[in-house]
Design a protein around this ligand. Structure first.
Ligand code: ATP
Ligand code: ATP
Ligand code: MG
Ligand code: MG
Ligand code: MG
Ligand code: MG
Ligand code: MG
Length: 258
């Protein structure tokens, strides 16, 4: 077919193909959620409804889209890892490894709790299993650091009556051990006993799950209308709140990076 003389403008579309055989990670992060959380009265430091909603959205994303092998979420962000051989959207980053699509799913599902949530998205390519593991470790370390800080900060504000500025000043320059100590000695909180979902974030991986459903079945006349329990095995995106830093997780689930 003849090309129009205008065809040349196509060349202005930069090549944004994600390097073949690399892990492609899409990370969404809530836009201006600091403000958003205030506006919608999120429970501080952790609003579990919002976290569960994020995970529900992420599970939908995994079930609707192809090729995601693992996802990790914490706070207002979720990362989705596409398998190395994924050819989704022809590996094009901008249109955009489905960033808009994933972002849309989140914005669409979020309204019951958080109306008008919007997310920014970016695509990053990791060339090796080690860099991918380090990426996920980085996000989980971020979860840990932020959550420890926020847990102490909000205890000082909510329980000791400090103003946010006073709490911030109190925490300036403190190390992990200092924060643990404040929590323990002033609030009788052992940080390690805080909910794992808050401390570790949420890992979504594919696992076989037995689903029990009731089913009307055709039975001999005398038993007509009986319902039967049927167990079906399905592969689902299951949430875990475990460590991804360190080797144990990867040894336990070698199929993820296969
Ligand atoms: P968190 O929510 O845990 O803070 P985040 O990924 O949102 O994670 P930011 O603090 O927003 O982290 O930004 C981290 C780094 O990424 C910063 O150096 C920032 O300049 C850069 N960055 C932020 N937004 C974008 C974007 N849309 N595209 C590329 N880089 C960005
Ligand atoms: P940006 O648009 O640059 O991402 P942001 O305000 O969203 O800005 P983040 O670094 O992403 O900044 O931080 C997200 C903020 O949203 C956290 O600081 C926290 O105050 C709030 N937040 C997110 N999720 C929750 C939650 N489940 N419970 C309570 N607060 C939350
Ligand atoms: Mg951000
Ligand atoms: Mg944000
Ligand atoms: Mg964030
Ligand atoms: Mg087109
Ligand atoms: Mg940040």
């Amino acid at each position: 077919m003849a090309k129009s003389k205008f065809e040349y403008v196509r060349d202005f579309e930069a090549d944004d193909t994600c390097l073949a055989h690399c892990w492609v990670v899409v990370r969404l992060d809530g836009r201006n959620f600091h403000r958003f959380a205030e506006k919608h009265n999120f429970t501080k430091p952790n609003d579990s409804r919002a976290l569960h909603l994020m995970t529900k959205c992420a599970q939908t994303v995994m079930e609707e889209l192809e090729d995601i092998v693992i996802a990790y979420g914490q706070s207002d962000e979720y990362s989705f890892v596409f398998k190395r051989k994924s050819n989704w959207f022809k590996r094009r980053a901008r249109p955009c490894h489905g960033v808009e699509l994933i972002s849309c799913i989140f914005s669409f599902l979020a309204p019951p709790i958080v109306p008008f949530a919007s997310f920014d998205g970016r695509v990053v390519v990791y060339p090796s299993n080690q860099t991918l593991k380090d990426y996920l470790s980085w996000r989980q370390a971020d979860c840990h650091i932020n959550n420890l800080y926020n847990t102490v900060f909000w205890a000082l504000v909510q329980q000791s009556g400090l103003t946010p500025i006073q709490a911030q000043e109190r925490l300036q320059g403190t190390l992990t051990a200092d924060k643990n100590e404040i929590l323990f000695s002033e609030f009788n909180i052992n940080y390690n006993n805080e909910p794992p979902m808050y401390r570790k974030g949420t890992v979504l991986i594919w696992q076989k799950v037995d689903e029990v459903t009731t089913k009307e079945v055709r039975l001999p006349a005398e038993m007509e209308g009986r319902k039967m329990l049927v167990t079906r095995t399905r592969t689902k995106a299951v949430p875990l709140h475990c460590d991804v830093i360190g080797d144990a997780f990867w040894k336990e689930h070698p199929e993820i990076l296969h």
